[in-house]
Design a protein. Sequence first.
Length: 384
Amino acid sequence: MTDRLGIFGITGISFAIDNAQENSIMIEKKSQKIALIGFVITLTLGIHYGWLIEPFFRHVHWLHALHGRFCYIPIVISASWFGLRGGIYTAGLISVLVLPYILGQDLETHEIAGEFTEIVFYFAIALLTGALIDRELFARKKHQEAQLQLERSQKLSLVGKIAAGVAHEIKNPLASIKGAFEIIFDRKTSDKDKGEFQGIIMNEIKRIDNTVKDFLNFARPKETALDRFDLSQTLDECLRQVEIQAAKSGVEISKTIEEDIRIMGDKEKIHQAFLNLLLNSLDASEPELTIDVKLKAEENRLIVITIRDYGIGIERDALEHIFDPFYTTKTTGTGLGLPIVKSIIENHNGTIKIESEKNEGTCVSIELPSLEEKKNVDQNIIGR
């Protein structure tokens, strides 16, 4: 209990430190903006008072009118960065700072009226710019909140779907295990039947174990370890791994693999993805059918892997959901295989596409970024 409290305390402190650092960065950026606005105000007032330009041009009416327009610049900048409030504050500050110029000069009545009209324009520009900026920020904030709400809803929906899928996949084996135990402990059950039901219990326990492993791989995947490895060799190893199963099923596997194609990625995860796809093709293939496996490097420095079977195929409606977690058309399986494969491929900056027709077969196409030019081609047929 103390350890847990300690962990929670350390986590809380770490979270507080992160927030403090973020706030510090925001305050620093805000201070920099305010300092820049202050510099621009000083510069424009210097021009307005005639300290910077008039020594070169002397005092003329058109030049003074231009000076006044320069004061719009910091007002617009403040309104853009800080909204309506920032624009009004800056307009008010500039108005106060130009009053000594207006009241200290020997100006005619119409000239004074013109100066105060200029001040009115300061506030009008602040109101207009600030209101537009605030409106845009409000709309953007509402859009972001709607996006966050949608993402939360989608995540909650996915969590519910995953929970229901895991419960379903575990509930059925548990029911089988319960029924098997009841039969085993029945005195009327023969030793032969007891041995059979003991095997059923072991198989159902393995099924639960595989479900949990698949769920953990999907929900909490291991970090991708990027290393340079031979993709051709990895695919060949996967083919040798399924060779016995293909021979038992009477399925022929034809391979066309370019040698020595290397990529930067996680060999273990790519092996897992290839093996999953090959096993899917074997499950879908009847005896005497063929699975075509190809690996080649394209001219655009992309590696293309295709696994083509001529089995039962996938219906069009089901094809839209094959990457959804826990969706499966098989009588066995968790429905997490293809989502995990898709995640692995995308984590390697690749793409995966599946095309299928009912009773005509399925073609899986994967594209991965390559490192080297293509070399020799290894053509062979394994299986039957």
